[in-house]
Structures are given as structure tokens and as C-alpha cells.
Design a protein. Sequence first.
Lengths: 258, 174
Amino acid sequence: MLLQWRKPITIALTPESITINSGNKAIHTINVDETATEKSSWSQVLTELESYAATIAANKVKFVISNNYVRYAILPWQTDVFSKNDWQSLAENNLREHYGNIVGNWQVTVAMQGYGKPMIISAIDQLLINRIDTLAKQFNWTVESIEPALMSVTNQYRNKINNTSFMLMTEQQRVLVAEIDKGCLVGFSVTSPLIGQEQNESNKLIKRILKMHSAGSSFIHYFGDQGLQANSDLESAKVIPLAINPEGSAMSIMLAKS
Amino acid sequence: MMRSLSLNFSDHKQRKRQQSNLIVLVLFVIIFIALFVDQARIEQEIVDIEESIARAQGRKTVKQAKPSEQDFRKMNIATAVQQKLNFPWHELLAAIEEVKQQTEHISLMAIQPNPAKGEVIIHAEAPELKTMLDFISLLEKQTVLKDVLLINQHRLDDSNDHDLAFTLKMGWVI
């Protein structure tokens, strides 16, 4: 079949593991040596991928990047801004206000959600993108997309997600709550708990957000480990699982399937 | 339903290459359609010219419908039948009849003409060897036949009148 019409191979990168979903029944997962690296460092993950890359056939490839490696922000709509470049500059300034000059080393993208709706900003380390591009050139892959995990999950389950709700994505050492209002993402809350503290931290985060939005929705769409969801003690909220990862199974498998 | 998100970090050049592939494909489709339209225009022009010539000559023009696939099939069958009928059947049969009249004791058992190969096979019986040889020499004299060859012969044990059965193969001049 022509490369143009082939289904892309999905490679999900998380700090714990890499999963390669080539559309076949067998999904290949490579565990990453966690002791060798920090969660926010992607270098070890790409080194592991590089050692395995020769076995991946030349094809279209879609990368799904763990929330551990992505920064998110919301940019309010501004009526007097029209050009894409202006939105891009505003997005970079917005991130610079929060994170400082390190934003210069990041690749920033802006996604529109419709006229008058807030913009979504996401940023990934430029070196990570460059390293993926180098790998792609080296092994003759066509990179179809490099997507943050939030985008893959949202696009996969957008039919199931309530128009006014919250989406909780729990990974090891990274909890992300996205606030959804009238079908649009309007806010993000992120915490980086210690290993084993993810459940407590996600519960605390959700409770805090629910208190802040006492009149709002109490639907929480959950995407993450089974262990974390099973012990959830959120009484006032209805937790709706989007996809539950079986205990002991890698998060990257879920992302590669999404 | 939630809106889909578009936060793609992939290399823009690669996406542009994919877009250029799509543009080339669209261009090919447009060229194909243009050629098809042009062919239809030329056919119409031919019909118009034929009509104008016919009008100038004072003839009535009759629009001919395009032959269908079934018409083509019928035409092929008719051509095959025509070809078979065109073979010189009469000359062949007349030549054999003439030879038969001169050698009355020969009994013709079968005649197998093969127009595709241009040959005829004759199975016959003769009372003796000389009659058979006469029959062969008379066949060779016929203009529609050539290269008469005795393929086989054998003696008949259970027949009183005919002792010899034989098969001849000869060329058929078509």
C-alpha cells in the first residue's frame, strides 16, 4: 500500500514506558529505566526509543507525548487580535509570564476553539521535538503529528465528554484537571505529586476545584490508572471513566490506543 | 459535543509535502476531467460537421446510436459465421465426389475437413491395394487438394467386399 494511505503507527512516550501501536493486535511496550532519570526529563525515553527504532518500519508515525513533558495554559479571547502570528506572540508572552525565559527553549502551539472562545496554549521542549525529527529522518519515518496526551484523549473521547464537566488525567507524578465549559476547555490545573501520592493529590485538586465552582458541574471524566480511580472518595462528584488502565499496565499503552 | 483540539507539533515541512501530494492528485483529476470534456466536445464537432456536409449534399442525416456491448458480441459471432461460410466447401465436396465416381469400389467412411488448419482427413475402405493407390493418385490430381498422405492402413478380417481400411490426410487449398 502507498505510504500516503497507510494508517500511522502510534508511538506514545511517557517517563515510565514507550508503547508502539502499529495497528496490529500486538502492541509493543518498552519499559524505561526509571531510576536513571527524572520524570520531566525525556532524554532517557528517546534513547530507549532510538535503540528500538530500527525495528519500526518506514511509515507514517504519530507521536503522543505524556503530560509530564507538556505545559498547558489558557489564553482569553481578544477581539482586536486577528492574525495567527499575533496569537502566537501573545501565547509565548503568556507562558513567559508564568515560566520565565525558559519559554525561549520551548515550541509553543496555539489551538483555536472557535470565535470568541479561549485559546489553548501548549508547549513542549524544542529539543524533544528536534530529537524526534532527527529520529524520523534517520529511520525514514514521516511524522504525521506530535500531539500532547490531552489532545489525543480529548479528540478520542469528545463524543463522551459532557459539555460542562471536568477531565482528570492521572499519570505517575502528574495530575491534570481540565475544566470544560460549553464544550470548550477553559482552564487547567496541574500538580506533580510524589510517586504513590497521585490519588490523594488528584482528590485534593478535584475537591478544591469543585469548591471554587460550587454552582458548576460535578461530572468528572477520568482517564488514568485503575488503582487511582477505584479508591476515589469524591462524594459530591460523579466520576465517569473514559478509559481505565488495568493495574500494573503502562499508561503509554492507553495513550497509544487513543 | 466537545470541539476537537489541534495542537500539533510536527514538522511543518512534512505536512506541506503531504499537502503537495494531494495537490498533485487533484491536478491529475482535473486534467483527466478536462480531457474527457474535450473528447466529448470533439465528438460533438464531428457530428455537427457531418450534419452540415449532409445538409449541403441534400441528404437527410440519421443519427446513429452508439453500438452497445451486446451489439459488438453479435457482430463478432456474425463475422465468425461469415468466415466459416466463406470456405470453398462446394469445391472440396465436388472434387471428392468426382474421384469417388471414378473409383466405385472405394467406400468413404468419414470425411473430416479442418478449415482452420487447411487440411482434410478421409477414412475409407478398399477391396485391394491397387484400388486404394488409384484413389490416392486421383485425389492428388484435384486442384483443391494437395499433398495426399497415407497415414495408416490395415487389413479387415470380418469383411468380404473390403479387405483394406485406410486413412488419408491431405492439404485443402482455400
